[in-house]
Design a protein around this ligand. Structure first.
Ligand SMILES: [Zn+2]
Length: 243
């Protein structure tokens, strides 16, 4: 087997590892994005809860005002009751007072219900704040982890690229160019083994004469169907077995 062909096989193995590491690096921030979005959602929910709480509080204040007004009005009516002479007017005033008292009692009941709601909503908001803080802490922790993972991968990648540079030096420029060209078009696989006359890149038979030439190992051959650079697998396996 031509030594440059052997180096190309090694280069492809290495390129695949590099591609894997690069993809891993690209994928790492995705998790952070999802978790950051979750934090934003939690914060939005907090804002809704806080607004609902504000509304309830202003409702309570309004009812407090209503009750105070009714109390004041009842007090005045009672005072006027003393001055009334006619029975009819007296009864009418009593009725009016009773009506206002009823209104006051109803408003008080509603206000108590609102206060219960305020209490529940306040608890909900505290719980929601806790969730936000938890998520923030989790994010900070994950950010640290991510930095560490990225650092490790970067270091690994730098090592692999150095190794790659060394391997590429051993391959003629023209062949390297052809390798890159095919690699781009064949999803990262530019060089394929041939076993019993079949290109394992595309699983099709190469020409019988090509197979004979391949076994001689004197020239660089490409698959007539997928254009991948070919090497003879049996020979590789024999070499591997010998080592
Ligand atoms: Zn092929």
């Amino acid at each position: 087997m031509l030594p440059e062909l052997k180096r190309l096989v090694d280069l492809q193995e290495l390129d695949k590892v590099i591609r894997g590491v690069t993809q891993e690096m690209e994928k790492l921030p995705e998790f952070m994005e999802t978790e950051t979005a979750r934090l934003q959602d939690l914060k939005a929910e907090t804002a809704v809860l806080a607004q609902e709480l504000e509304n309830l509080k202003s409702q309570r204040r309004a009812m407090e005002g209503e009750i105070a007004d009714l109390e004041e009005s009842i007090k005045k009516s009672r005072q006027r009751l003393m001055e009334i002479k006619s029975n009819i007017e007296y009864r009418a005033m009593l009725k009016e007072i009773a009506y206002k008292e009823d209104q006051r009692d109803k408003t008080e009941t509603r206000m108590l219900e609102t206060m219960d709601l305020i209490e529940a909503k306040t608890k909900g908001l505290v719980e929601q704040d806790r969730k936000v803080q938890e998520q923030q802490a989790f994010l900070a922790q994950e950010e640290e982890k991510l930095k560490a993972q990225m650092g490790t991968l970067k270091k690994r990648l730098a090592g692999l690229e150095k190794e790659r540079g060394g391997l590429r030096k051993g391959v003629p420029a023209q062949l390297l160019k052809r390798y890159e060209f095919i690699r781009e078009r064949r999803n990262g696989t530019a060089i394929a083994p041939v076993r019993e006359g079949v290109c394992l890149g595309c699983n099709m038979n190469i020409l019988p004469q090509q197979f004979i030439d391949l076994q001689k190992g004197e020239e660089i051959l490409q698959c007539p169907h997928c254009q991948r650079i070919l090497y003879w697998l049996d020979e590789m396996e024999e070499e591997a077995a010998a080592n």
